[in-house]
Design a protein around this ligand. Sequence first.
Ligand code: HEC
Ligand code: HEC
Ligand code: HEC
Ligand code: HEC
Ligand code: HEC
Length: 488
Amino acid sequence: MPLATENRSRWILLGLCIAVAVATALATALLLNVRERQSEAKKPFVALTQVTEDTTDPATWGVNWPKEYDSYKRTALQTKTTFGGHGGSEALPQEKAERDPWLTRIFAGYAFSIDYRDRRGHAYMLQDQESTKRLTKPQSGSCLHCHASIMPLYRKLGNGDAKAGMDATYKMTYQETHAQLNEMGHAHPVACVDCHDPKTMQLRVTRPGFIDGIQKLANSSAPVPQLPSVQQWRDGKRDRPYDPNVDGTRTEMRSYVCGQCHVEYYCSTKMPLTFPWGYGLRARDEEKFWNEQKFPDGSAFYDFEHKETGAKLLKAQHPEFELWSQGVHARSGVACADCHMPYMRDGATKISDHWVRSPLLNINRACQTCHHVEESEIRARVETIQTRNHELLERAAVAVTDLLDAINAAKARGATAEQLKPALELQRTAQWRLDYIAAENSMGFHAPQEAAMVLGESADLARQGQLAALKLETPGQGASAKTAATRP
Ligand code: HEC
Ligand code: HEC
Ligand code: HEC
Ligand code: HEC
Ligand code: HEC
């Protein structure tokens, strides 16, 4: 090999060695940095302070998890959207009946006709319950199931058995139960310990009402495409009850934690708190459950007697978990937390936004992670769903109030209770559907087609009831009214 060429090769070799060394060093540094950041991101927490099952004060947890705690505290801030949001710290939210006067009429004779307001942030849940004028009528201690960090009291009342503890509260007064909670020092709104295992920080559900309800659903044969672990349990040995904390997938847990409270329920003094999930989660399934339910004395279940007509009616409560379960998002594995607690970046860490609120205040993180379209377009799509749902809701409300007028008129003309029976039954079933979608808080968004169907049925059933009552007009034609009233 000529000398010049040999020299050049040496230099090239040396250069190559240096390049490799530099590249290796760089790669190692990068790797170390990534590792460090990854472990930073993965590191569950630096346990600066000990938290246990009895640590209900979120401030204590905030020592270990300051970022989540900071966002949690923001639920006290005022927010507002067209159909969602609420009043802020300075005033109570608006009365729903100011917007929709028909609410006062359909709830005549019931506490909801006295005071029924818009919801607001989690920070206020206990305070708003303490101050509602609905408490001027006797209320059950079970009301606290969804408005306070109640588990230590349930364990105490049930000698360690939380379900027994919960069941003990329905006969206690609200005031007595609240006083005990105060005494134990646990009078906080929904707290970290209600959704997280203090040892592992894993998501978990705690509320006995939910656990009982989801077991009823698992034991039924209602289709559950949105909850694959329930189907898996059904297909398995069934040698133990479905346990959300063991069987639930991480995706399901991200909705189950909210399903502890954002659901239809019975909560009063005649029987323990009940989630009506024995036939499934649709409005008609829950109605069937209530229609077959008996009070302990054997009489038929109802929530209240309508002051004008005397019909024994159902009251629907915020069925967000149920309506969501009928929508395309649930079917696609999109959980409550995806939209209401989206991830936010904080350095290398991704944390869940604990400022639970309307996703429309946060479309970028709540929706655009999946929907790669303009924010204005996403907003317009939601608005289209909500305004159409709202129009249909108002129409169904006119139909139900027309039915009340027709029943009152028939009564004034001397129609007997027996003659009025079909119209009163139709009032119950039509009003249930109207109330169901009115009480659900997404204005149809969580499952637009299911909501439209329920409202369409409501209007139809109300008009059938009106016809039945009108036919009682001419004496002698009362008998035919009974057959005219068909059921869905
Ligand atoms: C795909 C996204 C998405 C999912 C999943 C979702 N929501 Fe919503 N939710 C919305 C939107 C959009 C609204 C309407 C907000 C508005 O009108 O300001 C809403 C409204 C609400 C409201 C009323 C909010 C307010 O500001 O008044 C509650 C409560 C709620 N959802 C609870 C739930 C629960 C509980 C679940 C799961 C069972 C759930 N949502 C699943 C998008 C979602
Ligand atoms: C299964 C859970 C659950 C139970 C039990 C429960 N609530 Fe609530 N409550 C909620 C949820 C979720 C909201 C927020 C959604 C809404 O306002 O529609 C709410 C909202 C409220 C509000 C604010 C809005 C309004 O309606 O004026 C009051 C007051 C209230 N509840 C009182 C009570 C009383 C009194 C009881 C007992 C009869 C009770 N709650 C039982 C879950 C529950
Ligand atoms: C322990 C019961 C409980 C649990 C668990 C719970 N909520 Fe709530 N939530 C409430 C109550 C009660 C209110 C109404 C508070 C008020 O009006 O004072 C409320 C209000 C809301 C609102 C309205 C906020 C606003 O700014 O108007 C949204 C949205 C919401 N919850 C979503 C969720 C989601 C999503 C989850 C699960 C991650 C969840 N909640 C878990 C009881 C609960
Ligand atoms: C209503 C239920 C609920 C409450 C109350 C709640 N969290 Fe969470 N938290 C969640 C959900 C949902 C996630 C997402 C977990 C997942 O997907 O695995 C989460 C995640 C976390 C994580 C994991 C890291 C992250 O941010 O994703 C930490 C830490 C945490 N929460 C701390 C807290 C603290 C501290 C409090 C009380 C101040 C609290 N949480 C209250 C529902 C809740
Ligand atoms: C984790 C992913 C994910 C998130 C977050 C998400 N979506 Fe979706 N969205 C989907 C999927 C999947 C579908 C079904 C589309 C399909 O399969 O073609 C869908 C469908 C829709 C539809 C049409 C279906 C219907 O119900 O009418 C609308 C509107 C919509 N999303 C709006 C939103 C809004 C608004 C948000 C934020 C509040 C949001 N989405 C958040 C995944 C998501």
